[in-house]
Design a protein around this ligand. Structure first.
Ligand code: KIV
Ligand code: ZN
Length: 501
């Protein structure tokens, strides 16, 4: 067993299962390309059987990504496996990941199947997947609450059918580290052939132990960890990629394991995922929170000024947190914008660049100059928008007074069709959102609304995140502008577009 731990990123699959996250194909591609730059070994691109959108996104990621294995998830059903293969077959390195529950709780209450029936499903699904693809991963869902003797039999069957990776999920985040480490040791000792395949783990964070459990598993012999950027995922999320990778790096002296991740890309990946999913990163989040390297107390500041290592166990620049010196002004040209975007890691196509440049000019005229953070926010607007999406082309607001309530008129455009609507509201933002709702004919309920400044200072761009419930579906939208009403309108349209798509 070597000392290399493979990093399997599931931001685009389990991460996308977080409530309110709904990524478009273009957004998923952008994240996949960044994960490749980060050095992720395996990208779980989606669950193709669940929707046409996921099927297409996995297919496009498979076509584009050659530096990482691209994996598609499938239940242990023949149609799911066929669909997963159809989606992922264009990849340079495709993988099918198939799963079935093995705990008695799931068998009795969810699957209504006997242990023998499930064992047969596991066997047949791995066999079917191997008929398509050399690289097959099998997961016994809810493994940490399964009877170990039965779990060993299912895993042995998966190995016999040709699975090269056995992934052990702590699906409900119930395990504690020494117990989970012992489970991995038990598998390595009791399952015939387990030492010839890669043992992987997939830990959920319901008790805040996902990273600790993953580390315990690595110390016990696991050599693949499934994790997600910013710890995204179902409920309390998955093990956070950045925390796991940096623990292995910073405490290599004790743990002795390595990954292929390029840590300098961590900050940018975290920011990109946060901006595109609309999920903010808590300020005190380890590694990527905005306070992760901030020192507030005088004693700490004094220590760090004298010698950084007095209170810092890693350098902010090691995870790519460096002050950006990029500033573009209203006289900067299209070429300068393109160059700076590429420096930040954004590669827009010609049309997107033209539109981004027009918007950049508009903002630079109002604001004078734009920083790296502003430029990134402008680029992301174009990555978030797809060809068939509605766009805001004009708006006018009145703050109201004694005589008249606040009102807004918005004009939206899609594929040459324009719609204009006026509405009144409790305030200008409310009026603009109502006008958009009427123009697009959707029944949307506002769940949450936050405004943040992208950079410091009064002339900062406002970054609005809106969460909507549209006919029972939660979606997050984001928009930026120097004007809060416009940023809100853009965020609202972004959220509605996700549902209309
Ligand atoms: O949590 C889980 O068990 C999963 C499996 C599909 C691996 O996400
Ligand atoms: Zn999961």
């Amino acid at each position: 067993m070597g000392d290399r731990v493979y990093i399997f990123d599931t931001t685009l699959r389990d991460g996308e299962q977080s409530p309110g996250i709904s990524l478009g194909v273009r957004e998923k591609l952008e994240i996949a390309e960044q994960l490749q730059r980060l050095g992720v070994d395996i990208i779980e691109a989606g669950f193709p059987a669940t929707s046409q959108g996921d099927f297409e996104a996995v297919g496009q990621i498979a076509e584009k990504i050659s530096g990482s294995t691209v994996c598609a998830l499938a239940r242990a059903h023949p149609q799911d496996i066929d669909r997963a293969w159809e989606a992922v077959k264009g990849a340079a390195r495709p993988r099918i990941h198939t799963f079935v529950s093995t705990s008695d709780i799931h068998l009795e209450h969810q699957l209504h199947k006997s242990r023998e029936e499930v064992l047969q499903m596991a066997r047949e699904s791995v066999r079917r997947a191997r008929g398509y693809c050399e690289d097959v991963e099998f997961s016994p869902m809810d493994a940490s609450r399964s009877d170990p003797e039965y779990l060993y039999r299912v895993l042995e069957a998966a190995i016999e059918e040709g699975a090269g990776t056995l992934n052990i999920p702590d699906t409900v985040g119930y395990a504690v580290p020494d117990e989970f480490g012992a489970l991995i040791r038990g598998i390595l000792e009791n399952v015939r052939g387990a030492r010839d395949v890669v043992i992987s783990v997939h830990c959920h964070n319901d008790l805040g132990l996902a990273v600790a459990n993953s580390l315990a598993a690595c110390e016990a012999g696991a050599r693949q960890v499934e994790c997600a950027i910013n710890g995204l995922g179902e409920r309390a999320g998955n093990a956070s990629l950045e925390e796991l990778v940096m623990t292995l790096k910073v405490r290599h002296d004790r743990i002795g394991l390595v990954t292929g991740i390029n840590p300098v890309e961590i900050s940018r990946t975290s920011r990109l995922v946060s901006l595109l999913t609309g999920y903010p990163v808590q300020p005190n989040k380890a590694i990527v929170g905005k306070n992760a390297f901030a020192h507030e107390s005088g004693i700490h500041q004094d220590g760090v000024l004298k010698e950084r290592t007095t209170y810092e166990i890693m350098d902010a620049s090691s995870v790519g947190l460096i002050e950006s010196d990029i500033v573009l002004g209203k006289h900067s040209g299209r070429h300068a914008l393109k160059e700076q975007l590429e420096r930040l890691g954004y590669y827009l196509n010609e049309d997107e660049l033209n539109e981004a440049f027009a918007r950049f000019k508009e903002l630079a005229d109002k604001k004078g100059s734009l920083s790296g953070g502003d430029i990134e926010a402008v680029a992301l607007e174009y990555i978030r928008t797809e060809g068939q999406d509605w766009k805001l082309t004009g708006y006018e607001v009145h703050s109201g007074g004694h005589e008249a309530p606040p009102s807004a008129t918005v004009t939206l455009e899609r594929e040459g069709r324009h719609v204009t609507e006026r509405a009144i509201g409790d305030g200008m933002v409310d009026a603009a959102c109502k006008a958009i709702r009427t123009a697009l004919g959707v029944d949307a309920r506002l769940i949450s609304f936050t405004v943040e400044a992208i950079t410091e200072g009064l002339d900062s761009l406002g970054d609005v995140t809106i969460q909507l419930d549209i006919e029972g579906r939660r979606v997050v939208g984001r928009g930026v502008s120097t004007d809060i009403v416009e940023a809100s309108a853009r965020a609202y349209i972004n959220a509605v577009n996700k549902v209309l798509r």
